[in-house]
Structure formats: C-alpha cells, structure tokens
Write a protein of this length. Structure first.
Length: 340
C-alpha cells in the first residue's frame, strides 16, 4: 500500500526530520513488477531506502521512497573454492553476518556489526578492518523498473571501488531505476584470517588470540566498534561522515614532511590514502559541537546529532570542517553518505 506524506525521521539513523510524498515497503520482486505498471506512480522521482544508516536527508522528498524489505537467506550452491550464500536485500546486515558465522561459513567476520541492510551493502561497498564487501560478492540481482526485467550483475559489472559502485552513480539504484533484490556471496572454503588492521590486531593481541577463529575475529571487531563508534540508537549518526581522501604521492610526501605522525596508506595506483578522522581531529574538531551537531569525541570522522538537528545544521558543520581541513592541509573532504 502506497502511503502519503510519510515521516522518514525514524528511518534514518542520523534522525533528521523529513517527509516523503509517497512511501512503499517492498517485500517481493513481484511487488516491484506491479509497481512498474501503476500509472499513478509513473514519472515520479524515486529513491530506494534500505536501513537509512548511510543517509543524509536534506529536506522533504517530493517523490516515492521505496523501502527494500525483501527477506530470505540460504545456501544456494558451491564451487571448488566457495560456498554460495544468497540473502534478500531487506535482511539486516549484522544479523546476516552472525548467521553465516553460526553456520561456519567464514569470510564476513571483519564486517560484523556494520549498521544497514544486505541490499545497501554493495551500493557503497561497505568496508571495515581490511575487508570490503566487494571481496565477497559473486553477483547480485536487481530489478530494472524501465525494462521490467530482473538483471544479474557480476562483481565486475558492479564496478566496485573504495566506498562506491555503479549503483551509487546517477541513474542507477539511488534514483530507483534498478532495485537490488538479492545479493549472492562467495565465502571461501579455505578461509584465511584478515587481521593486519592495526585496531583489530591490537584487540586480538590483548585477548591473547594469536590464531583466532572467525567467531573470535567477529567478537574483537564488535568490541573495537563498540569502543570507538557511537550506537545510532543512543547517539544518532550515519557512520563515517567523509571518505578517507586519496591524494597524489607528492601531496602526501609534502604533508608527511610537516606531520611525520600523519597516517598514510599507499594505494595500488601509487596514490596515498589519508585518514579523514586524523585531519578533522588536527583541525580541532574532535568532540567539538556546532549547534546540535558535532564530531564524535572518540572518532572525529563520525558526525553526530545531539538532538533536534536539522539538515541546515549538518550542512553548516560540513562546510566549516571541510573549510578548516582545506586551509590547514590543502585536502578536500568529500562526504561519504548518500544525500537525498
Ligand atoms: N584517527 C585519528 N583521530 C580520529 C579518528 C581516527 O587520529 O578521531 C586516526 C586513527 O588513529 C588511525 C586512522 O585515523 O590511525 C584511521 O582511523 P580508524 O582505524 O578508526 O578508521 P577510519 O579510517 O577513520 C575507516 C572506515 C570505517 C571503518 C574503519 C575500520 C571510511 C570512511 N571509514 O574509518 O567505516 O569502520 O575504517 O576499518 O573508510 C563507515 O564507513 O561508516 C565506517 C565506520
């Protein structure tokens, strides 16, 4: 049933107030098919919403918000190297990871406790503690509302890179043309732990887990996340608010000469990834507020809503943090969440 003038405040973890002119919850591919023949919705702007955990609502939306709630998770096959596990777009990401681990299918443990849904995970190529979801996706199914057909996207078709994919581009998932319905993961039969990430290896060492199981890695990831990242249910936020900037080697070398302690990670293409959280902290914004919003006291990369924030408050803090980082380091910070 299509609802009108629907409040989205409880459906975005940053808790910004906004309404959608129309709102529909989708629980099956058949329901999407029916949608394409509904003349009353033709020509309307659309937006596909998952759990709203990587979203900034800039105001009321005059179109149709489609909330992807398609359920289901199962083993669908295997090849020599992998178990093939499929999950509906509406499954909760964190529950799905726990479910795979409970079945002894390792491979997603580093991505434990990331807020969000399975269908949203590939859109921004979620990543944490040295693993990106792109490393584990075999293919996904998306319904094309223009052709009325379901399509399969291979990992290559998804054009994954750091915190982005083809679905984050104009004309794809975000504007409601392609609706991701199911994602299929390839989880390795011969699993190797990925524990090189500094925070994770320190946590495992503190727990004296020198040959950790996937479950132990998951527990350590969860402990680190609980320590560093605010729980959106307590302190509304959208996770990392900026992408970590990737700069040319020359620029990174200039900055390292002035700030030898600056975190810098060389990339395969010769460029260098810097830590936006470190830049924001050095620009003086860690734990600091501007009106009802601020940067979290334990992780400066997370913008938090202390209560009653509106889109304009978020925009004001974004501008001033970007400007201060640009003045001090000559680096441009690009927001990480999706803006609607
Ligand atoms: N740092 C500071 N001050 C801060 C925050 C970080 O100096 O306030 C430094 C840390 O000491 C470290 C470096 O910056 O040397 C990186 O920090 P951290 O390991 O906490 O990770 P991050 O780069 O800030 C990224 C992801 C997170 C993910 C973590 C762990 C992005 C935009 N963010 O954060 O993802 O959980 O790594 O892998 O890539 C998200 O996308 O919403 C998210 C939380």
């Amino acid at each position: 049933m299509v609802l009108e003038n629907f409040a989205l405040t409880r459906l975005n973890t940053l808790a910004l107030p906004a309404h959608a002119a129309r709102y529909l919850e989708i629980r099956s591919t058949e329901q999407i098919e029916a949608l394409t023949t509904d003349h009353s919705l033709r020509g309307m702007r659309r937006f596909v919403l998952g759990s709203g955990s990587n979203l900034v609502l800039t105001g009321d939306f005059d179109g149709l918000v489609l909330r992807a709630l398609i359920p289901g998770r199962r083993l669908v096959g295997e090849d020599a190297g992998h178990w093939h596990i499929s999950a509906g777009a509406g499954e909760n990401w964190s529950d799905f990871v726990q479910w795979t681990l409970a079945h002894s299918w390792a491979g997603l443990e580093n991505l434990s406790m990331i807020p969000g849904s399975v269908g949203a995970a590939p859109v921004q190529n979620i990543g944490a503690y040295g693993v990106e979801v792109a490393d584990r996706i075999l293919w996904l199914a998306a319904f094309d509302t223009i052709t009325g057909k379901s399509m399969r996207f291979s990992r290559k078709d998804c054009c994954f890179s750091y915190r982005t994919s083809v679905f984050k581009q104009e004309g794809w998932h975000l504007d409601g043309r392609h609706i991701i319905t199911e994602v299929t993961f390839g989880l390795p039969k011969r699993w190797l732990p990925q524990i090189a990430y500094a925070d994770l290896s320190a946590e495992l060492a503190a727990r004296k887990k020198f040959a950790p199981s996937a479950q132990e890695i998951a527990r350590s990831v969860i402990a680190v996340r609980r320590r560093k990242l605010p729980d959106p249910a307590v302190l509304p936020n959208a996770g990392s608010f900026f992408q970590n900037p990737i700069v040319y080697a020359k620029k990174a070398a200039e900055l390292s000469a002035i700030y030898p302690e600056m975190p810098a990670h060389p990339q395969a293409d010769g460029r260098v990834k810097l830590a936006a959280g470190w830049l924001i902290e050095c620009a003086g914004w860690k734990g600091k507020r501007l009106g009802p919003v601020g940067f979290y006291e334990k992780q400066a990369l997370v913008l938090v809503n202390y209560g009653g924030a509106r889109a304009a408050d978020v925009a004001a803090l974004t501008r001033v943090a970007q400007s201060d980082v640009r003045k001090k380091f000559g680096v441009d910070l690009v927001p990480e969440p999706v803006f609607l």
